[in-house]
Ligand binder design. Sequence first.
Ligand code: NDP
Length: 298
Amino acid sequence: MARATLIDGKAFAAGLRGRIGALAAAFAQVTGRRPGLAVVLVGEDPASQVYVGAKARACEEAGIASFEHRLSAGTSEAELLALIERLNRDDAVDGILVQMPLPGGLDEQAVIAAISPDKDVDGFHVINAGRLSVGQPGFVPCTPLGCIMLLKDRLGDLSGLEAVVIGRSNIVGKPMAQLLVEANATVTVAHSRTRNLAEVVRRADIVVAAVGRPEMVRADWIKPGASVIDVGINRLPPEEGKEKGRLVGDVAFAEVSAVAGAITPVPGGVGPMTIAVLLRNTLVAAHGHAGLELPEDI
Ligand code: NDP
């Protein structure tokens, strides 16, 4: 049986981080400072702590200064907004990332709105969402930008291809659809109210699954040869005698691999791209703040 090509996000992300490292070093030579990313974590959510730690390590490895701000779960919105205001004014800080979700009682939209759009390396600010929707340069959310990089690397020109994005969140589904439209694909956005989802997905040359439901997308939903990008990260309940359950995506990887032309694994597909693109956006922000052109498009 034909097997899909594995889209190796881990390897692609490593290459991207290498290019970012070289460009960050060149930036430091010219400006006398490293690009800087401030990461703000409120509370003690274990998954968020892991993500923040991974982001800080990736920054250091790429020659990007990372400024961590860990605040207690009891932090007030006024205190958090005051910190963001300080970071907005701090010339050593090119990018500001506030790790979501925030503890209850803190208004995520108000916090995102407080970040200077030119330091909004997550691309969540309405100004950047607006820029993406009208096709102006701005910061694009890291996960969908990583997905489009993998698709262009695999397929080259996406013009005229049928793409189905499953999921319509502001951080993945919607920006993903806009990037695909920008790349001249014909795009359908599916969600929990979509009728005959399997039939809709079967039209697609490109499937992007960003749902959060383990192994929902089955082999008989997939057009033979389609490229499948699995954004989902779901932990299954632990098997007998194991402490932790397996991580799986939104796509039934083993069976879909027998039909698709190419597929991202979970883990090792989209996840590593998200962090690499965060570094990329920080590098772009740093060049913007220093009034420098990026020497190459990354
Ligand atoms: P959200 O929960 O914000 O959005 C999920 C979307 O899936 C919604 O639009 C929802 O529809 C849709 N949906 C839910 N159930 C169904 C269904 N049965 N059929 C069709 N659509 C459905 O999630 P996110 O976009 O934030 O994340 C999606 C997944 O991606 C998660 O597993 C998350 O962990 C993962 N993720 C991975 C990242 C990475 O780096 N790899 C980064 C970000 C997220 P509706 O709008 O109608 O409710």
